[in-house]
Design a protein around this ligand. Structure first.
Ligand code: BV8
Length: 253
C-alpha cells in the first residue's frame, strides 16, 4: 500500500467540509471502461459524436440505445471497488462530506454513499424524450450480452408507457445543459469546502471540470488521485500518483 505524503491524513482529519469529486477513473478497477484512457477508453473505440449527442440519438436511436444498454449491462455486472468504499467511509468520518460524480454508474450508491450529486445523469434513469425529466415507465431491456456494440449492435429504444414517445438514456449528452439543481449544488459545495479530493478524472469536460478549480480558487486544498498527470495537477496541492482503489483507502486507514 502506497504511503501517504506527510500531513495529507492530518489535512483530511482537520477538514470540516470535504468534497470528493470523481470521474470515470474511480470505476476503472471495477471493470467499467474510462472514456479517454488510450487502450481501454470508450471514446478511443467509439466515436462520441456518434453515440453521446442528441443528434446521434435522433439519427440512429437503435445504435445509441444499444450502446447504453451494453454499458448498463457492464455496470450491472460490476461491483464497487475499494475506492468507492473508501469514499463512503470518508462520508461517515466527516459528516460534512459531499460526493460529486461525473459518472453515470451507480457504484457510489452501491458502496454506501447516500446521495452523490450526478452531474451527468445516470444510466439507470432513462426518461421520455417528450418532456425533460418525465421518468419513463418501461421494462428493463437486458441488452449488451456478449461482445461490444460496434456498428452492428442495435437495440430499439422502448416507448414511454405514458405517452408513447421514445425513451432515451437519462444521461447528459455533449451539447446538453447539466441538470441545474445538481450543478448549483456542486458549485456551492466546491466553493464552501476545506478540502476537495479529485479522483480519476482527466479534468477536460466542462462545466464539470470547473468544480475542482472553484474549490481551489475559494481557498480549499485540492488533493488529486490519478496515476497520470492531468490539467488539474497545477491546482492540486498534493498529487497522489496511484489508483483510486490503492490511494483512497490510505486516507481513511
Ligand atoms: C455543455 C454522460 C452547453 C454521457 C458525459 C471546448 C472547450 C470547453 C468546453 C467545450 C468545448 N467544446 C465543447 C465543449 C463543451 C463540452 C465539453 O466539455 N467537451 C470537452 C470534450 C472539450 N461539454 C458539454 O457538451 C457539456 N454541456 O457544455 O452544454 C449548454 C449550456 C446551456 C444550454 C445548452 C447547452 C456536457 C458534458 C457532459 C457530456 N456527458 N457523460 C455518457 O456517459 O455517455 S461526459 C463523460 O466525460 C463522462 O461523464 C465522464 O465522466 C466525463 C469526464 O471524463 P472523466 O470522468 O474525466 O473520464 P476520462 O476517461 O476522461 O478520464 C479518466 C481519468 O481517470 C484519466 O485521467 C485516467 O488517468 C484516470 N484513471 C484511470 N484509471 C484510474 C484512474 N484514476 C484513478 N484510479 C484508476 N484506477
Amino acid at each position: 500500500m502506497s504511503a501517504l505524503p506527510p500531513g495529507v491524513a492530518a489535512l483530511l482529519g482537520q477538514a470540516r467540509r470535504v468534497v470528493v469529486f470523481t470521474g470515470a477513473g474511480i470505476s476503472a478497477e471495477s471493470g467499467v471502461p474510462t472514456f479517454r484512457d488510450d487502450l481501454t477508453g470508450l471514446w478511443a473505440r467509439f466515436d462520441a459524436e456518434r453515440l453521446a449527442t442528441p443528434e446521434a440519438f435522433h439519427t440512429d436511436p437503435d445504435l445509441v440505445w444499444g450502446w447504453y444498454e451494453w454499458r448498463r449491462a457492464r455496470v450491472r455486472r460490476a461491483e464497487p471497488n475499494a475506492g468507492h468504499r473508501a469514499t463512503a467511509a470518508i462520508e461517515a468520518l466527516v459528516p460534512g462530506t459531499v460526493v460529486i460524480t461525473q459518472n453515470v454508474d451507480d457504484l457510489h450508491e452501491r458502496a454506501g454513499s447516500h446521495a452523490p450529486i450526478h452531474l451527468h445523469g445516470s444510466l439507470f434513469a432513462p426518461r421520455c424524450v417528450a418532456e425533460a425529466g418525465h421518468p419513463a415507465a418501461f421494462p428493463a431491456v437486458e441488452g449488451g450480452q456478449g461482445d461490444e456494440p460496434g456498428e452492428g449492435r442495435r437495440i430499439p429504444p422502448p416507448r414511454c408507457a405514458d405517452c408513447g414517445a421514445l425513451v432515451r438514456p437519462g444521461v447528459v449528452w455533449f451539447g446538453e445543459a447539466l441538470p441545474g439543481a445538481a450543478l448549483s449544488a456542486a458549485v456551492d459545495a466546491a466553493a464552501a469546502c476545506d478540502v476537495l479530493l479529485t479522483v480519476g478524472t482527466s479534468g477536460v469536460v466542462y462545466p464539470a471540470a470547473e468544480i475542482p478549480r472553484i474549490a481551489a480558487h475559494s481557498g480549499a486544498t485540492v488533493i488529486q488521485i490519478n496515476p497520470e498527470p492531468t490539467p488539474l495537477d497545477r491546482i492540486s496541492a498534493v498529487n497522489l500518483r496511484g489508483s483510486a482503489a490503492q490511494m483512497l483507502p490510505t486516507l481513511v486507514d
